[in-house]
Structure formats: structure tokens, C-alpha cells
Design a protein around this ligand. Structure first.
Ligand code: COA
Length: 161
């Protein structure tokens, strides 16, 4: 499948938030089940509140034939540390290189901004993401087990300098 990845200015987030949440619903359906239109609308509202308030927030979308099929958003968690917060690819677009292209786009941006590290976290259940990250040169730098959770949170970093 042919696709292109582009950055969406944070001020234009409202224009793409509907498609992003629809992709997110599809990407996570295996784990979270289907989400109602109402739940998706609430999630879109929450993201519209949350993302612009984060320092150095950036949003990328992958498009095929003019339609959104993948997204990534991240922000500068601390100065010089660009943190990939959320990534998803619509179920029918998975394993076509879109996830990798989105991660690479965030790395290009972090390098352009002069960041020293690209970081993220994931969980054992998202094994595909973990494999992608390791193959892109990320290293596991720590694990935590949030109180009451069964799954370990895996912290990863890729040093850029
Ligand atoms: C993780 C995710 C973003 C990857 O997107 P994608 O477009 O399918 O990934 P790519 O096609 O770029 O995969 C790149 C490489 O990652 C690895 N990979 C990706 N998904 C994999 C899977 N399910 N099983 C094993 N390896 C996988 C492979 O090495 C793959 O290369 P290959 O296809 O040449 O073997 C996508 O599967 C997704 O939306 N998952 C649900 C949401 C999620 O896990 N988000 C991250 C939570 S932290």
C-alpha cells in the first residue's frame, strides 16, 4: 500500500482528530474491543484538550489515497527528550511499513529540534511495537509495574547524540 507521512500543525488538530480516533479504535480493537461513536467523540475531545497543552507537541499522520491510516503524537517530556506518546495504524494497514515510517518521522523531527534522545514506553501485549522499536535502535532502559496492573511497562530510548 502506498502512503505518505506528514506533520499536522497542532493548531489544525481539530481537522484530523475524528479520523485519528477512528484509526485508534481500529488499531486497538483486538485489545479493547469496539468503541461506540459516543466514546470516540469523548476521546477526541479529551485529546483536543490534552495535546496542545503539552510542551513541543507534534502530530504526524500517514495517508493513503487522501485518507488517514496511521498517526503518531509526541511531545518534549523534558528539554531534549522527545517522547512518543501514541502510535496507531488502522488494522487493514498494519505490516506495510506505516508504523516504522511514523517513528522515523518523529526521529527526524527530534533530530531537527536538536533533541538528545527519542523515548517511549510500551507493554508486553504490544509486542509488534516492541519489535519495531528494537529494530529501529531503541534500547530498553527500565521497566515498571504500575500498582494494581498485571502488565509490565517497558521504557525505551534511542540516543540521538
Ligand atoms: C504497533 C503498530 C503501530 C505497528 O505499525 P505497523 O504499520 O503495523 O508496523 P510496520 O509495518 O512498520 O512494522 C515494522 C516492523 O515492526 C515489527 N512488527 C510490527 N508489527 C508486528 C507484529 N504484529 N508482530 C511482529 N512484528 C511486528 C516487524 O519487524 C515489522 O517489520 P516487517 O513487517 O518487515 O517484519 C501497529 O501494529 C498498531 O497500531 N498496533 C496497535 C497499537 C499499538 O500497539 N500502539 C503502540 C502502543 S505503545
Amino acid at each position: 500500500m502506498e502512503f505518505e507521512v506528514g506533520e499536522i500543525p497542532v493548531v489544525e488538530l481539530a481537522r484530523v482528530i475524528g479520523p485519528i480516533i477512528a484509526i485508534r479504535t481500529s488499531a486497538y480493537e483486538r485489545w479493547n474491543g469496539q468503541k461506540s461513536e459516543e466514546d470516540q467523540r469523548k476521546e477526541a475531545e479529551a485529546w483536543l484538550q490534552k495535546i496542545p497543552s503539552r510542551d513541543g507537541a507534534a502530530i504526524f499522520v500517514a495517508k493513503t489515497g487522501g485518507e488517514c491510516i496511521g498517526y503518531l503524537w509526541g511531545n518534549e517530556r523534558t528539554s531534549g527528550d522527545f517522547y512518543i506518546s501514541h502510535v496507531g495504524v488502522r488494522q487493514d494497514g498494519k505490516r506495510g511499513g506505516i508504523g516504522r515510517a511514523l517513528v522515523k518521522a518523529s526521529e527526524d523531527l527530534a533530530r531537527k529540534r536538536g533533541c538528545r534522545v527519542l523515548s517511549t514506553s510500551t507493554y508486553n501485549r504490544f509486542a509488534g511495537m516492541l519489535i519495531l522499536l528494537l529494530s529501529e535502535g531503541f534500547e530498553i532502559v527500565g521497566t515498571t509495574k504500575p500498582e494494581g496492573k498485571t502488565d509490565v511497562r517497558i521504557e525505551l530510548e534511542k540516543r540521538l547524540v
